[in-house]
Design a protein around this ligand. Structure first.
Ligand SMILES: Cc1cc2nc3c(=O)[nH]c(=O)nc-3n(C[C@H](O)[C@H](O)[C@H](O)COP(=O)(O)OP(=O)(O)OC[C@H]3O[C@@H](n4cnc5c(N)ncnc54)[C@H](O)[C@@H]3O)c2cc1C
Length: 282
């Protein structure tokens, strides 16, 4: 069966008919490869790509609201993303190729929940909330850290879809950086997303997350400790590099890739610090 809802009412009707062989498709950049690689031929599709009402970025006094169908290209072209949510901007800008960015959606990136999903990592740093809708039209909101439950696994149940991403407005400094390249679906990289809030010119609350060093984003508390309570200009690069090295060692103590990632992350954290200092001055 193939369903192509054009609005939320039609989507709910499609979700009611979903069974365990039904897949939602948005841009298809992950799903098509998954179906092919796993040789899945007996399936139904709910194609949500025609749901224009799910492609938006709006805001009110408290929050930014992002529709799941916004593509990476659209995120990069959006001034609010560029100026206020640079961790998403950089994640979207460096994701895949131009062709992939034109199709890949933020809803697909987080629902696929790959260990190296880039906008997902930024949403961890922003402590985003995810609004989910089910086949009865009921909605619930969960924190991003509860949304991903394992390797490529989310809390989405049969007949549920991601309807919206919500990010609280804050006077934040943030960024995203990654190392590595992606060839088809083989990834070998490390990524880092940071959100910090300043208190009296010093780093107050800080959230640092690393990607591709675990089955889901890993909170980097050793790195956070190196930033906390300091002026950004006083953060020691040597100590940051050491903490970054130790974060990888802690996260993947036995994986062969740790040798590469331990070194890669030392360079990455230097770029992260440079970015944060640059954004601090803007
Ligand atoms: C060559 C190549 C390079 C890539 N490079 C990167 C990269 O550098 N960084 C990166 O993070 N990713 C990368 N990707 C992965 C991919 O492009 C992203 O994860 C993309 O954002 C997925 O979005 P999509 O709309 O294509 O999702 P789809 O493929 O349509 O869907 C992905 C999954 O999400 C589910 N889904 C989609 N939308 C919803 C929704 N609203 N509610 C519930 N479930 C939903 C689908 O059922 C499916 O399980 C790359 C892919 C390719 C092919």
């Amino acid at each position: 069966m193939f369903y192509a809802p054009e609005n939320e009412i039609e989507l709910i009707e499609s979700l009611k008919l979903a069974d365990d062989k039904t897949y939602i498709i948005a841009g298809g950049t992950d799903l098509i490869i998954k179906l092919k690689n796993r040789k899945i031929i007996d399936y139904s599709i709910i194609d949500i790509s025609k749901m224009q009402s799910w492609n938006y970025l709006t805001e009110d006094d408290d929050n930014y609201y992002i529709g799941p169908l916004i593509t990476m290209t659209e995120l990069c072209d959006n001034d609010t993303v560029k100026e206020k949510l640079p961790a998403i901007y950089w994640a979207a800008k460096e994701l895949g190729s131009t062709q992939i960015r034109n199709k890949a959606t933020i809803g697909g990136n987080i629902s696929n929940a790959s260990q190296s999903a880039d906008t997902l990592l930024s949403l961890y740093a922003y402590d985003a909330k995810i609004k989910i809708i089910n086949s009865l039209g009921e909605e619930k909101i969960v924190g991003i850290e509860d949304f991903v439950v394992g390797r490529e696994k989310t809390i989405l149940n049969l007949g549920e879809a991601v309807k919206e991403i919500i990010i609280k407005k804050k006077d934040r400094i943030s960024t995203f950086k990654k190392v590595g390249s992606r060839k088809a679906v083989t990834i070998s990289k490390v990524s880092c997303a940071v959100e910090l809030l300043k208190k009296d010119e010093l780093v107050g609350n800080i959230r640092v997350f690393l990607g591709a060093v675990g089955i889901k984003p890993v909170r980097a508390e050793l790195l956070e400790a190196e930033f906390s309570g300091k002026k950004l200009s006083d953060v020691s690069l040597d100590r940051l590099r050491e903490a970054a090295f130790n974060e990888v060692e802690k996260a993947i103590p036995t994986r062969d890739s740790r040798f590469y990632k331990r070194v890669a992350i030392e360079g990455l954290i230097e770029e992260v610090l440079g970015d944060l200092m640059r954004y601090e001055k803007l």
